[in-house]
Design a protein around this ligand. Structure first.
Ligand SMILES: C[S@@+](CC[C@H](N)C(=O)[O-])C[C@H]1O[C@@H](n2cnc3c(N)ncnc32)[C@H](O)[C@@H]1O
Length: 232
């Protein structure tokens, strides 16, 4: 983490470096820490729920445990959104709404911005909507059901210019690079793009290696399994 912080500071990104440091050291400011506590209490309930969620019989507990960002990484997303103060956020991969809750909580604290989140599993989106409603965040989130191939382009068009894109689904090399290419023309100059699971597979490692070399970027920095890019 020290390497990522130094890399960000070298690029003059002191705000992002602070956000990364605070979240990784578990030292969020009081208002953010309070939201994290509330969201983590919801996670505990979800992880204790053995109701079937997906059509294949996977339970709420299974899906939450295997799919959702852990507290530290989700806190980092919240801290990044607090620092960046985006008006328009798109998340690819809603799952049961945990990272979406952290993103929306940051927007609530900012007093500005909306989150559009995309997910193919209708049952997952149904549960995520309940999670945000329970947390009092539902008014900030527009969740759209369908495959990214069908939902990403309309979301990009109607949220343009997009300030913050979080890519957390369909973790394969070609789709990841295609989604990023499709997003490019719709991103605001200076937008932040965050890729999760960049070390998840050979394909994702290759995708990140390609992204690191792309033009139209001020920097591409790795923070553990997460890649952060600032567009030019
Ligand atoms: C890692 S989970 C997202 C976790 C969530 N961001 C969180 O941390 O709380 C990835 C999600 O993306 C969805 N997904 C994967 N490929 C997709 C695609 N091609 N179109 C739409 N959704 C997809 C999966 O159903 C899954 O729920």
């Amino acid at each position: 983490m020290v390497a990522a912080e130094s890399a960000l500071r070298r690029r003059g990104e002191d705000g992002l470096a602070r956000a990364v440091a605070m979240s990784y050291r578990g030292r969020l400011p009081a208002a953010e820490a309070e939201w994290a506590e509330r969201i983590e209490r919801v996670r505990v309930d979800l992880e204790a729920c053995n109701d079937a969620l997906d059509r294949d019989g996977r339970t709420v507990a299974d899906v939450t445990r295997s799919g959702s960002k852990r507290r530290r990484e989700a806190s980092m997303l919240m801290a990044l959104v607090r620092t960046e103060r985006p008006a328009s956020v798109i998340e690819m991969g809603t799952c049961v709404g945990i990272s979406g809750a952290y993103l929306a909580a940051a927007l609530r604290l900012n007093g500005n911005g909306v989150l559009v989140t995309l997910e193919r599993g209708a049952e997952r989106v149904g549960l995520a909507r309940q999670v945000w409603a329970d947390l009092g965040l539902a008014d900030l989130v527009d969740a759209r059901v369908g495959r990214f191939a069908n939902t990403l382009a309309p979301a990009l068009s109607d949220q343009e210019p997009v300030d913050f894109l979080f890519v957390d689904g369909h973790h394969e090399r070609v789709p990841t690079l295609e989604f990023y290419a499709a997003a490019g023309p719709h991103l605001r100059a200076g937008a932040l793009v965050v890729f999760d699971d960049i070390r998840w597979s050979d394909g994702m490692r290759e995708a990140w290696a390609d992204i690191e070399r792309q033009p139209d970027q001020q920097f591409a920095v790795k923070v553990g399994d997460i890649g952060i890019v600032r567009r030019t």
